[in-house]
Design a protein around this ligand. Structure first.
Ligand code: UT7
Length: 331
């Protein structure tokens, strides 16, 4: 795997809806408590999009901020790739909807669906397209309106998720050994049933029965998902470090998928990296699927944590199952 990279995050933007839902608010809807949610997950509150605010709307605001942060014009975007499990429609893609709302046209635009690992998959895709030399600036958007697929009567899942969008402009640079140094991706479809939204696709089209049975909502076997998340995030991170001839000691910051504080703790132990190096903001947002890593990155950058030359490890796990890790030398 090359260590001299020419692909870096030129701009970063995030958008989180204004409306907040606290654990206490949730305890009025389902049989739960602030104490249970805090101790089992670390989550304190989450953002909920407004009615009529679609994934493309969240993504658009994050994208505009990322483009402004990159210091380029929207017309310099050569490709739009969106990661979401809550697309505006099954088709057209949310990337096409977002491209239109952004006021650009002509460049390729498409969605990927790799659930919570989406941002890592986007980084790899964007890097590959840029290294092929046909594109200069690629807009990657992770946008999730999970409140639209959460069963507000199911305490096992509704306390976990929130809405957010994060975006980056990925670009080329002549500088060596900066930006995306390498990425590892993985998937195992044998575990698809443990975390899914069963109805609404061609396997189980929408019908009165599917709606009555609540099959358009997220269903999850939490404790199995938990164990796989810890194992795969740790293993792929170690695999990536090895491929890049780096060690855990070289890492300055880890930005893990923000699902559950106990998962983050367990990954830290597996990687033997102290918790002080882990970036966490899940207490304020819950699990926002693929938006969680760019959302956390943006917040940590805002706090001035990342210095040029810092080595960042990003790692995620999600439905599919899918997983991945990326190493970034901050520029
Ligand atoms: O983004 C990637 C996908 N998602 C994840 O990474 C999430 C992975 N899983 C998890 O984070 C955890 O498994 C959960 C937070 C979902 C659950 O934690 P757990 O420690 O695995 O709890 P559990 O599912 O084993 O449930 C323990 C108990 C059960 O009661 P009994 O059967 O022991 O009497 C549940 O019914 O907690 C109960 N419970 C709740 N109680 C109060 C489950 N949800 C709630 C709740 N409030 N919201």
């Amino acid at each position: 795997m090359p260590t001299n990279s020419s692909v870096y995050i030129r701009g970063l933007g995030v958008y989180t809806p204004e409306k907040r839902l606290s654990n206490d608010d949730l305890s009025k809807i389902v049989d739960t408590s602030d104490e249970w949610i805090r101790t089992r997950t670390g989550i304190v509150s989450r953002c909920i999009a407004a009615d009529g605010e679609a994934a493309s709307d969240l993504g658009l605001k994050a994208a505009e901020r990322a483009i402004a942060d990159a210091g380029i014009s929207k017309d310099e975007i050569d490709m739009v790739i969106v990661s979401t499990v809550t697309p505006d429609y099954i088709f057209p893609s949310t990337a096409c909807v977002l491209q239109n709302k952004l006021g650009i046209s002509g460049c390729p635009a498409f969605d990927i669906l790799t659930a919570c690992s989406g941002f890592i998959y986007l980084l790899e895709l964007g890097s590959r397209f840029l290294r092929g030399n046909a594109y200069r600036n690629i807009l990657l958007v992770s946008t999730e309106k999970l409140s639209s697929v959460v069963n507000w009567k199911d305490r096992n899942t509704c306390v976990l998720f929130g809405d957010a969008a994060g975006a980056v402009v990925l670009s080329k640079t002549d500088e060596a050994d900066v930006g995306v140094l390498g990425t590892v991706l993985g998937a195992d479809g044998a575990y698809g049933d443990l975390l899914k939204q069963p109805a609404g696709g061609s396997a189980l089209p929408a019908s009165y029965e599917t709606v009555a049975n609540g099959q358009h909502f997220i269903q999850m076997q939490g404790s199995s998902v938990f164990k796989h998340a810890v194992r795969t995030m740790s293993e792929c991170s170690l695999e990536l470090l090895k491929k890049c001839n780096l060690t855990a000691e070289d890492i300055r910051w880890v930005i893990p998928h923000q699902a559950n504080m106990r998962i983050v703790d367990a990954v830290a132990r597996q990687l033997e990296i102290p918790m002080e190096k882990f970036c966490v903001n899940l207490q304020n947002y819950g699990n926002t699927s693929s938006a969680s890593i760019p959302n956390c990155m943006a917040e940590m950058r805002e706090q001035g944590r990342f210095k040029p030359g810092d080595l960042l490890l990003l790692t995620a796990f999600g439905g599919g199952f899918t997983w991945g890790a990326s190493l970034i030398r901050w520029k």
